[in-house]
Ligand binder design. Sequence first.
Ligand code: ATP
Ligand code: MG
Length: 491
Amino acid sequence: MKSKIPLQVIEVLEKIEKEGYEAYIVGGCVRDLLCQKKPKDWDCATNAIPAQIVEIFPDSFYENEFGTVGVKVEPFLQEGSLNREHDVIEVTTYRIESAYSDLRRPDEVKFAKTLAEDLGRRDFTINAIALKIESENEEEYEIVDLFGGQEDIKSSIIRAVGDADERFNEDALRIMRAIRFHAQLDFQIEEKTFQALKKNAALISHVANERIKDELVKIILSDNPADGIDMLQKTGVLKFILPELENGVGVAQNKHHIYTIYQHCLMSLKKCPSKKLEVRLASLFHDIAKPQTKRGEGLNSTFYNHDHLGARIVEKMLRRLKFSNEVIDKVVLLVDNHMFYYNPEEVGEASVRKLIKKVGLGKVKDLIDLRIADRLGSGTPKAKPYKLRHLEYLIEKVSKDAVSVKMLKIDGNDLMQDLKLAPGPKIGAILDVLLAEVIEDTEKNSKESLLIRAKQLDGEDLPKLRQMAKEKIEEKKEEDDQEIKGKYWVK
Ligand code: ATP
Ligand code: MG
């Protein structure tokens, strides 16, 4: 266990203890360690008050009213995370929280004397475990687990600390947190906690939309996003935060579907092949306007224009939840275009080029992922039908056409300045030959080697150069085509 804790964290704990205070690691990192997961960040709890912590670590900063001091340490890279370097460890004074008059945040923070009090104010048993390092022995540690958190981790259970009903009343964000942990950890919510979630679902309206969004994003990006959304629905939280999605509950579709609108939204999210937030959101929301656009009942009902109306509804929903413009724009674009028509017999390269131009090359791939989610989520088992594979093939083929002399590390000016070539068609022809050679071997794309090669080519006459470029490019295109076709199993 100790070997999994970064040295920097151990040093902080030991330094606090040396000054005669208690120091534990607590919360999410202990939970993750016990679940054999890699903790994202490291939180320490102590009976030292902020001023005393700052005294121990002169390089620390205390800028909030919650008793949390940021202790600067040598930057360390979290194991398994390539890009996030930690250089601050949060050390928080034991506290109890009192009076939550706005159901969101304690009116004041009261420091506590004991670890027991501090653990008692935490939300779920799995998050209320503390771990103490015994400095004398390398591998020794002590666990303080006053609420049966280890047992609940073993049984994969989310259970409120103390009286669940009271705890959700104190802080309604815990409602979202419970459901988020359900999706992230694939843990079941214990019955009393579940009943309390149901009873208090309406309290979620007191939580700021940004905070709801943060938890929703964690649900969507978890390994079980559809379970998370369905838990929001079962507890009655969904109708307060995403009433548009709730509208599809129990609404039947037509002969092409075996699921209701809501079930299909969930299944599409569940089957979404992409890990991107935007594509997952689009999978969940692509049919959001179906309840409003439904005309007729039974096998032949229709949903005309649900894609475009859906895009407008999704924009409103995401704006209300304070998503960034960047996310909103992408999701709206995907929902708006999710009905794009594609049939290999009728659609040619020009239409594919148009689609790429309309949504952008990167997003065509996302659009295909959305189509896959939509199809798999409709209960028909074909994973990636021939049609989509063919489209992927065409997209790759067409995107190759975009290859241009612009990607060369030199341009016409370089040729005129460095090689003293006169302006004229020969310059263009030399660049074409260079491009053909670079497409074949990207190593050749350096200014130095391109200039050397250009000098040689300058010895050839214009028709010869044109011929060389043409042959090389044709050859390369044919090769690529075979390769791409092989990749997507189309002939
Ligand atoms: P994550 O892995 O997402 O960081 P976490 O459990 O560490 O999950 P944090 O928000 O980092 O969540 O909070 C750290 C700890 O603080 C929690 O494990 C929990 O003990 C406590 N905590 C956080 N938010 C609340 C809350 N709203 N009510 C009670 N305790 C909370
Ligand atoms: Mg955390």
